[in-house]
Design a protein. Structure first.
Length: 286
């Protein structure tokens, strides 16, 4: 079976065309592409516009063969989230992985959350000593899936010279950072707005009813909920109707079977749309 999977992945890698930045796009620095099953992976980096002269904005870019997908930090009903191990890095005070807004991935057996074809995870890197170079090293574990899921690994390294802090931010990385959901307090005009959450926790049909406003209405609107400590929250279902961009969702908590464990826990509600994305921390009442 392992030989079959390896042969399949090898054939798919041949279909992966070399990836180039759009015309006129400049990437400050990048590692070589590393093949990892049905995907290619690299590190890219530049200055961080949010912390000029103080921090780097790097990125982990994954490009997959046509028809393949990978997963968000919360994979949904199935799948494996990516794991980023930066322990080999040198001169780093902090490294924070940001997750661009994902999409719903629907298969006959399950609904999942992730990305198709490609994704660029922005990485905020704060050096311990700004005048010295950062040696960024990553051991990445993730999964790529089509009809089957294949575990993938990649070891990546990239040197970030201190002079890079003084350069202009790379547009490719800034665009990826822009796709990360923003807190409600920092919402932009096109970002969804959470309006109300009603929790019914007792009885045979525990549920969450959620109402949000989307700039472009129901088209492309979606919602994902995460719970801490490995607790599972079922996928939300978009309800019909709505007006003035108001969209309602229903979460059938009975499907998860963990209603009592969820009480009092802080949930993260992520709202995504074609015009923007936002997220809210909300505590499920006892």
């Amino acid at each position: 079976m392992r030989r079959v999977v390896a042969a399949l992945a090898s054939g798919l890698l041949a279909a992966l065309a070399p990836v180039k930045a759009p015309a006129g796009e400049q990437i400050a620095t990048a590692s070589p592409w590393v093949e990892a099953q049905a995907a290619r992976v690299r590190l890219v980096a530049g200055a961080d516009a949010a912390h000029p002269g103080q921090a780097f904005l790097a990125g982990v870019e994954i490009v997959m063969a046509e028809g393949w997908k990978t997963y968000w930090r919360n994979p949904g009903e199935a799948g494996v989230p990516p794991n980023f191990d930066w322990s080999g890095s040198v001169n780093t005070a902090s490294i924070k992985v940001r997750y661009p807004a994902p999409i719903r991935l629907v298969d006959p057996a399950a609904e999942m959350i992730g990305y198709k074809t490609s994704v660029l995870f922005p990485i905020e890197v704060m050096p311990q000593t700004a005048s010295a170079a950062v040696d960024l090293r990553l051991a990445l574990e993730f999964a790529v899936c089509r009809e089957i899921c294949i575990p993938a690994q990649a070891s990546l390294a990239l040197a970030l010279p201190a002079a890079l802090l003084k350069q202009a931010p790379a547009p490719l990385l800034a665009a990826a950072q822009d796709r990360v959901p923003r807190p409600q307090t920092a919402r932009r005009a096109g970002d969804p707005q959470l309006l109300a959450v009603k929790a019914t926790l007792e009885g045979p049909t525990p549920s969450l009813q959620i109402e949000a406003k989307f700039a472009n209405g129901a088209a492309g609107a979606d919602l994902f909920i995460e719970a801490p400590a490995g607790l599972f929250v079922p996928m939300a279902k978009k309800l019909p109707g709505g007006s003035d961009g108001h969209v309602r969702f229903l979460v059938d908590l009975a499907r998860g079977g963990e209603v009592q464990e969820l009480k009092g826990k802080e949930l993260t509600i992520t709202l995504v749309s074609s015009s923007g994305a936002s997220e809210v921390a909300w505590t499920l009442g006892e």
